[in-house]
Design a protein around this ligand. Structure first.
Ligand code: NZQ
Ligand code: ZN
Length: 394
């Protein structure tokens, strides 16, 4: 195995009664005045927000609420959050929601401790030395932000979506009650599972040779997600399978199947331009991009695609035709995406043809003005990115 650091400091409290521990956990990790940050309506409608606030109040923990985080969370709300935290003397941020709420919380937590514009962190112009502690009550398994070091923010000024990674931002604790995910609409459930599987795939398609243990864990994770998603789409209140998916979402992105820095991440980078420009659901955007990425890069290492086809997608191995086996694995993935209601190209994703100008604009952004490459499995220059967007147009 290549050398790596594994750092997963988040305390996970998993189960039906997990929310009851929120006040104890906030105190344990030093919170005395809390910003409770949340999204649109789901946490309000389900009563979760009231429950969390009630538990904090009952324990004498002071808090302020800030809602309104939208999917693909916006910089402007995070900036409002930073001002609010300063005004109120907040020392702890509790995200109640999914990846968007957690990422917005991380952005606020950076910004409160920074003398300057928090967007500069995402632009790579400045590096934070400290931040407020962040924790979460997770309501959707998908982004994996509950254990990850990443946050992804959209600046409405130019629709630029950028991620920033720093171990400081790994949440102190994550409360996960699978019962809270019963209310997820089918599309969000499927997009979440797509993202979970993709976090594993980004690590699985890499240039390392000696990684049997990581591969076996990754393949088990991907197969399990594939099986469970059909069960919860049939029965949204299936606790057993909702639990598997919820824990799978964390394991897919906490580096247990391989460190983030050794993964590929091209599909993610290509997708971030899609969700930045069209405000689509991240997981669905990944499904729209992956088949084209896969066909474009598969010759870099056919045997990896064969292994994926056989061990994850259940394709019979035709030893006389590795390329055919690899392709059948990609096709099987497309059938899986369709079966769970995900798109397999950009037309299906956005409901119309993408224009040449839009492809060029996404290429410009993804290549950071033609200066950066993306991917490690196969390093992609701007012309490769543009070619993949064209293949993905549908
Ligand atoms: O806003 P509300 O009303 O809460 O509705 C949300 C939202 O519309 C809804 N939802 C959440 N929990 C629910 C629920 N609806 C019913 N019942 C529940 N229990 O689901 C919708 C999506 O929520 P969101 O938080 O956006 O989903 P997700 O967790 O997929 O997060 C997506 C964001 O995370 C970023 C993505 O780019 C995107 O911006 N990512 C963050 C990563 C990280 N920090 O490590 C890595 C990922 O690759 C990803 O890029
Ligand atoms: Zn993702």
């Amino acid at each position: 195995m290549k050398d790596f650091n594994f750092y997963a400091p988040t305390e996970v409290v998993f189960g039906e009664q997990s929310e009851e521990q929120v006040a104890r956990l906030v105190r344990k990790y030093g919170g005395t005045k809390v910003l409770v940050h949340y999204g649109g309506q789901s946490a309000v409608r389900s009563g979760l927000l009231d429950k969390i606030c009630g538990l904090l109040a009952a324990d004498g923990i002071d808090f302020v609420k800030l809602g309104g985080v939208v999917p693909n969370p916006r910089l402007s709300l995070a900036k409002r959050g930073i001002e609010l935290c300063r005004k109120e003397g907040i020392d702890f941020i509790l995200a109640v929601g999914g990846g968007s709420v957690i990422d917005s919380s991380k952005c606020i937590a950076y910004g409160v401790c920074l003398d300057g514009d928090v967007w500069d962190i995402y632009l790579g112009k400045t590096k934070p030395k400290e931040m407020l502690p962040v924790a979460c009550v997770l309501t959707i398994p998908a982004a994996g932000s509950e254990m990850s070091e990443a946050s992804v923010i959209t600046n409405e000024d130019g629709d630029v979506k950028l991620g920033y990674s720093n171990d400081l931002s790994r949440p102190r604790f994550a409360i996960m009650n699978p019962r809270r995910t019963f209310t997820l609409p089918p599309y969000q459930t499927a997009a979440g599972v797509t993202d979970i599987m993709m976090h594993t795939m980004e690590r699985y398609f890499n240039t390392e040779c000696d990684q049997t243990l990581k591969d076996e864990i990754a393949e088990a994770l991907m197969r399990t997600m594939k099986e469970c998603v059909f069960e919860v789409l049939k029965n949204p209140e299936d606790y057993r399978n909702r639990s598997q998916i919820m824990w799978g979402g964390s394991l897919a992105h906490n580096d247990i199947t391989g460190s983030r820095s050794q993964g590929d991440w091209a599909t993610h980078q290509l997708e971030h331009e899609l969700s930045g420009m069209f405000d689509v659901t991240h997981g669905a955007g990944l499904a729209a991009m992956w088949p084209s990425w896969a066909r474009y890069v598969m010759h870099t290492n056919i045997s990896r695609f064969v292994r994926f086809a056989v061990n994850v997608m259940g394709v019979p191995n035709d030893f006389t035709d590795p390329e055919g086996t690899a392709l059948r694995g990609i096709e099987a993935m497309e059938r899986f995406y369709h079966a769970i209601g995900m798109p397999i190209n950009i037309r299906e994703l956005i409901g119309r043809d993408i224009t040449d100008d839009e492809i060029r604009e996404m290429t410009r952004k993804c290549s950071r003005n033609y200066k950066a490459t993306c991917g490690q499995f196969r390093v992609l220059a701007a012309e490769d990115m543009e070619a993949i967007y064209r293949m993905a147009r549908g």
